[in-house]
Ligand binder design. Structure first.
Ligand code: ZN
Length: 136
């Protein structure tokens, strides 16, 4: 599938405002978007570092995926997202290689991306997101 770059790194945080302040004040990055994704029960904040983004994820519900992650493992890196050219093909390729898919079909993510997750059980413990930017 040959990803072109790391599209973003998803980081689970307890408090979006506190974390934004760290990335802005200490790292000197600029938060350029805050977006709530209702069906994932998260609020996200984005920063750009070159071609790669940092996506901070704060849970809006303790029962949501990020709420459960933080409960179990605490704050920290949640997933790594690779940019691929053709997500359908990439998913088919992963499945053909015996990788367990969380999303069998691409779905809509933040920023108009089409995304799908691979299960950390078959990726060496790293929740892996593949994404395709349909807008180019
Ligand atoms: Zn992501």
């Amino acid at each position: 599938m040959k990803p072109s770059h790391i599209e973003h790194i998803g980081i689970a945080v307890k408090n979006l405002e506190d974390s934004i302040s760290y990335y802005e004040k200490v790292l000197g990055l600029e938060c350029y978007a805050v977006e709530e994704v209702k069906d994932q029960k998260v609020k996200t904040a984005f920063f750009k570092v070159g071609q790669t983004k940092i996506e901070l994820l704060e849970s809006t519900d303790p029962e949501g995926p990020i709420g459960k992650f933080i409960e179990k493992r605490g704050e920290g890196v949640h997933h790594i997202a690779f940019a691929v050219e053709n997500l359908e093909n990439a998913l088919a390729e992963a499945e053909a290689n015996g990788i367990q898919l969380i999303d069998k079909q691409p779905r809509k993510g933040t920023e108009g991306l089409h995304i799908a997750f691979l299960h950390p059980k078959s990726t060496g413990g790293v929740l892996t997101e593949l994404c395709e930017n349909k807008a180019g």
